[in-house]
Design a protein around this ligand. Structure first.
Ligand code: NAP
Length: 305
């Protein structure tokens, strides 16, 4: 069984930054990622609030960060952690579908997954017109009619991106006010993007592929059917906390992992950082938390050695 000082689970901005910091402290560090390095970071179209970059895409920032992290840590992509076992303080067995490892510390940076609407047709047309990531799947819809559902940053950034690549874009939001940051709202106003306010999805319809959507206006109780080619659902996130729950790590009522200011969790030797800990879900915050988690792990290991 390979042994590491630190095993980081997840390789979004938090996990990669934790890898850089842990490795630079001289800790033997492994990052395990169930998909490709970058996680949800890869899906961010454009960021204008990451310090040092006036405009940068998530993919570009991940590419830079991954390259930097590889100088200090081993990164195993497509390796999903299935189970953690606490053997004793700072002795944790980490099992993936490929191997078993022993770690003195574990940093959970498992992020979040897309919240589902549970609307009729959503499950049936998944991948056949229903999508959750505008950057990943948007290019399929150049010149086509797209509805984005949601009023947060992800929805509005997605709408702006789809408009840029030439889709006929509309947004449906359940209230009459957006949650997205003001600068995104201003950009939206400059574009020719239709808004359906106070509207929820009543049904997604089609044959092999999505053909239309029925919207219910919550104020008027009116239902209207609109022809569309695709629908992007961006109604927030739920924490990916499965392995954390299995070891009874403390979470809040919404399932986000509870940490202190040093990113320590309720179990000795386990730290957590990034979106899975809740809060404001900003790239720069995830990086900061990843750095703090790695430095906390280092401090604790120095104390026990
Ligand atoms: P979010 O901020 O939680 O917004 C979710 C949106 O979906 C809200 O407008 C919400 O409506 C709506 N919604 C939730 N459940 C719904 C349902 N069942 N039916 C219809 N609408 C529903 O989620 P997000 O936009 O994915 O952002 C997640 C986090 O990442 C946030 O903290 C955000 O700031 C951050 N983020 C930041 C950036 C950036 O830095 N630029 C980019 C993307 C995301 P209500 O408004 O009525 O609640």
């Amino acid at each position: 069984m390979d042994e590491y000082d630190v095993i980081i689970i997840g390789s979004g901005p938090a996990g990669l930054t934790a890898g850089i910091y842990a490795g630079r402290q001289g800790l033997k560090t492994l990052i395990l990622e169930k998909q490709l390095a970058g996680g949800a970071g890869l899906m961010v179209p454009n960021m204008e609030n990451y310090p040092g970059f006036e405009l940068v895409s998530g993919k570009v920032l991940i590419d830079y960060t991954k390259k930097q992290a590889l100088k200090y840590a081993k990164i195993n992509e497509m390796e999903e952690v299935k189970k953690l076992e606490i053997i004793s303080d700072h002795e944790i067995k980490v099992s993936s579908q490929k191997a078993e490892y022993k770690a003195k510390s574990v940093i959970l940076c498992t992020g979040t997954t897309h919240r589902k609407l549970n609307a009729p047709g959503e499950k049936e047309f998944l991948g056949r017109g229903v999508f959750y990531c505008a950057v990943c799947d948007g290019p399929l819809f150049m010149g086509k009619r797209i509805l984005i559902v949601g009023g947060g940053n992800t929805a509005i950034q997605g709408a702006l991106y789809l408009d840029t690549i030439g889709s006929y874009t509309a947004v449906a939001h359940r209230r009459d006010e957006l949650r997205a940051e003001k600068y995104l709202q201003e950009k939206l106003k400059e574009k020719d993007i239709a808004m359906f306010w106070d509207s929820v999805i009543d049904e997604i319809k089609g044959d092999m592929f999505v053909k239309s959507v029925v919207l219910l206006n919550k104020k008027t109780n009116e239902k209207n059917e609109y022809p569309i080619d695709g629908i992007f659902i961006a109604v927030g996130d739920i924490p990916s906390n499965g392995i954390a729950k299995d070891i009874r790590l403390e979470t809040d009522k919404n399932g986000y992992i509870i940490t202190d200011k040093s990113q320590k969790t309720s179990i000795q030797g386990i730290y957590s950082a990034g979106d899975v800990t809740g809060g404001v879900n900003q790239w720069v915050v995830a990086c900061g938390e990843g750095a703090v988690a790695a430095l906390s792990a280092y401090d604790d290991l120095m104390r026990i050695s």
